[in-house]
Ligand binder design. Structure first.
Ligand code: MCA
Ligand code: AMP
Length: 494
C-alpha cells in the first residue's frame, strides 16, 4: 500500500478532526446549529472548487473586506483548501485606505460585502460581493462549479497561507506572510497549552480579520472539531446570554471590562466556562482582580503579534499572574536585548510581502525577530510586557500607528504639524488624542480636522479628542516630546 501523502496544508489538520466528528455542530448561530463539521467539509470543497474555477491556485492572493459571517468562514477555509493566500482587511477601512492594499497585494480576487467601503473602490481585476447568507454565496449557485469535490491543495510548510497587514512606524502597512507551517505549529502548541478538550465549545465574538479571531480562536476550535457559538460582533448582552452554552471564551481586555460593566454578569453566567483567555493588549491588574472577585475565574493572559502568532502564555494549570504574559510556548524562544523582546521559532512569519529591507530591519543578524515590545524575563522565564519601543497605540485591541494619523492631519490646510498619542481610556484601554499645532496666521478647528479625517481614515483610528495649540513641546534636539504630551493629557478620558 502507498503511504499517505503528507500534506502540510493547515486545512488538512481541520479536515482530519472534522472527518472523525462529522455530526458535530460546527457553527451555532442564534442558538441553532447552522452546519455540522461534515457539512463544513462539503461546503469548503464546493467553495474551494469555485475558487479554483475562477483561477485561484497556489499563491494567488484573495483580498477580502467582508462582514463576519458563516459565509466568510467558509470562504477563508476554501481559500486554504484551494491553496490561495487569504488577505483579510478590517471592515472599518475606508476607500482611501483600501486603495493601498489593492495596489500592494495585487489580488487575483477582491471580495467585498454589501455596505462596506470596498464595494465602491475601483479595481480592474476579478471581484465578487459576498452576502451574509450562505445559501446565496457565489459558490452555491447550481452552475457555479462542475466538480465540487476537491482535496485540500498539497502545501509545504513554507507555502504562504495568509498575508495579514500590520502598520509600521512609517505609517505604511506591511503584509506579514504567514505560512501553513506557522499556522499549524501555533495551533498545535496552543491546543495543548490550553488543555483543549474533546467536549469544548467556543464562544467566538472576535473580529475575523486579525490573528486573534481568525487564527487563535477559530483554529483552536477546528483542530478539535469543537462547536463554535458564532457571534458576528462583540455585544456584551449577547455574550451574557450565550456564555452558559460555552466552555471557552477569548477576548481583548475591552471585552472583559464591558462584561464587568454588566450588572447581571457573575459566577452564574460563567458556570460552564472552563477558561477565559485574554490578549492583543495589556490586561489591567484591576480588570484581572475584578474578574476573579465577580466570577472566581483567573483570566489566562497570553501575548502575541501578527508576525509571530502566539508567543507566550500564562499556564493553564499553574499560577496565572496578573501583569505577566507567562512563559514562552513550547518550541518558541524569547530573549530580551536592550530591553526589547526578541522571538525565534516555527511561529515566525516568513517575511514582509515584497519588502525584504523591512524584513531584514526587523530581524537580528542571528535570525531573531525584534518585537518592538519592552519586556523583562524573570528567572522562571516569566515575561512581563512593560512598554513599547515602537510608537503604537492599542485601542480596544486594534493597533493604531500615530505616524499614519499625523500624516493625514498634517495634510490638512492650516496645520503646521501634529502629535498623536494614546492615553488611558476606560473602555478601550488607550484612546487616541491628537495635539495639533496650527500654522502661523491660521485658525484650525478640531471639528474641521475631524471632518477631514472622516474621509481618510477608519473611524476607530480617528482621534477621540483633538487639541489645537500654537507649538508642540520639543527637546533640545528638536524632537517632539510625546511623553510630556501624554502626561499633560493623561486624564482627558476621565
Ligand atoms: C470601535 N470603535 C473604536 C474601536 N472599536 N474606537 C477605538 N478603538 C476601537 N477598538 C469606535 C467605532 O469607530 C465607532 O466610532 C464606535 O467606536 C462604535 O463602533 P462599534 O463598531 O459599535 O464598536 P464596538 O462594536 O463596540 O467595537 C468595540 C470592540 C471592537 C468590540 C472592542 O473594537 C473589537 O472587536 N475589538 C477587538 C480587536 C481585535 O480582535 N484585536 C486583535 C488583534 P464612531 O462612533 O466615531 O463611528 S490580533 C493581535 O493584536 C495580536 C496578534 C494578539 O496578540 O492577539
Ligand atoms: P498586532 O500583531 O499588530 O496585532 O499587535 C501585536 C502587539 O499587541 C504586540 O506587539 C503587543 O504590543 C500587543 N500585545 C499583544 N498581546 C499583549 C498582551 N497580552 N499584553 C500586552 N501587549 C500585548
Amino acid at each position: 500500500m502507498n503511504p499517505p501523502i503528507a500534506n502540510d496544508n493547515v486545512f488538512a489538520l481541520f479536515a482530519a478532526a472534522a472527518t472523525a466528528n462529522p455530526d458535530r455542530a460546527f457553527l451555532i448561530v442564534d442558538r441553532e446549529p447552522l452546519l455540522t463539521y461534515g457539512a463544513m467539509l462539503v461546503a469548503t470543497a464546493r467553495a474551494g472548487a469555485w475558487l479554483r474555477s475562477i483561477g485561484i491556485s497556489q499563491g494567488a492572493r484573495v483580498l477580502v473586506q467582508v462582514d463576519k459571517s458563516p459565509a466568510a468562514v467558509i470562504l477563508y477555509l476554501a481559500c486554504l483548501r484551494a491553496g490561495g493566500v487569504f488577505v483579510p482587511l478590517n471592515t472599518a477601512y475606508q476607500a482611501a485606505e483600501l486603495a493601498y492594499f489593492l495596489a500592494d497585494c495585487e489580488p487575483a480576487l477582491f471580495v467585498t460585502s454589501p455596505g462596506l467601503a470596498g464595494e465602491a473602490v475601483a479595481f480592474d481585476g476579478a471581484r465578487v460581493s459576498l452576502p451574509d447568507d450562505l445559501a446565496a454565496a457565489p459558490w452555491a449557485a447550481p452552475s457555479a462549479v462542475t466538480d465540487a469535490h476537491i482535496a485540500a491543495a498539497t502545501a509545504n510548510r513554507d507555502d504562504p497561507a495568509a498575508i495579514l497587514y500590520t502598520s509600521g512606524t512609517t505609517g505604511r502597512s506591511k503584509g506579514a506572510i504567514l505560512t501553513h507551517g506557522n499556522l499549524a505549529s501555533n495551533v498545535t502548541v496552543l491546543g495543548r497549552a490550553w488543555h483543549w478538550r474533546d467536549d469544548d465549545v467556543l464562544l467566538h465574538a472576535l473580529p475575523f480579520f486579525h490573528v486573534h479571531g481568525l487564527f487563535v480562536a477559530l483554529h483552536c476550535a477546528m483542530l478539535h472539531a469543537s462547536p463554535i457559538v458564532f457571534h458576528a460582533r462583540f455585544d456584551a448582552a449577547a455574550v451574557l446570554r450565550d456564555l452558559p452554552t460555552a466552555t471557552v471564551f477569548m477576548g481583548v481586555p475591552t471585552f472583559y471590562t464591558r462584561l464587568l460593566a454588566e450588572p447581571a454578569f457573575g459566577a452564574e453566567t460563567c458556570r460552564t466556562i472552563r477558561v477565559f483567555i485574554s490578549g492583543s493588549a495589556p490586561l489591567l491588574d484591576a480588570t484581572f482582580a475584578a474578574f476573579v472577585g465577580r466570577t472566581g475565574h483567573l483570566i489566562l493572559e497570553r501575548y502575541g503579534m501578527t508576525e509571530a502568532l502566539m508567543v507566550t502564555s500564562n499556564p493553564y494549570g499553574g499560577p496565572r499572574i496578573a501583569g505577566t504574559v507567562g512563559t514562552a510556548l513550547p518550541g518558541i524562544a524569547v530573549r530580551v536585548r536592550a530591553g526589547v523582546l526578541e522571538i525565534k521559532g516555527p511561529n515566525l512569519f516568513s517575511g514582509y510581502w515584497r519588502n525584504p529591507d523591512k524584513t531584514a530591519e526587523d530581524h537580528t543578524a542571528d535570525g531573531w525577530f525584534i518585537s518592538g515590545d519592552l519586556a523583562t524575563i524573570d528567572d522562571d522565564g516569566v515575561v512581563r510586557i512593560v512598554g513599547r519601543a515602537k510608537d503604537l497605540i492599542i485601542s480596544g485591541g486594534y493597533n493604531i500607528y500615530p505616524k499614519e494619523i499625523e500624516l493625514a492631519i498634517d495634510a490638512i490646510d492650516g496645520v503646521a504639524e501634529s502629535a498623536v498619542i494614546g492615553v488611558a481610556h476606560p473602555d478601550f484601554g488607550e484612546g487616541v488624542v491628537a495635539v495639533v499645532a496650527q500654522a502661523p496666521g491660521s485658525a484650525v478647528e478640531p471639528a474641521a480636522i475631524m471632518a477631514a479625517l472622516a474621509i481618510e481614515l477608519a473611524a476607530f483610528k480617528r482621534p477621540k479628542r483633538v487639541f489645537v495649540v500654537d507649538d508642540l513641546p520639543r527637546n533640545a534636539m528638536g524632537k517632539v516630546q510625546k511623553a510630556q504630551l501624554r502626561d499633560h493629557y493623561r486624564n482627558v478620558f476621565g
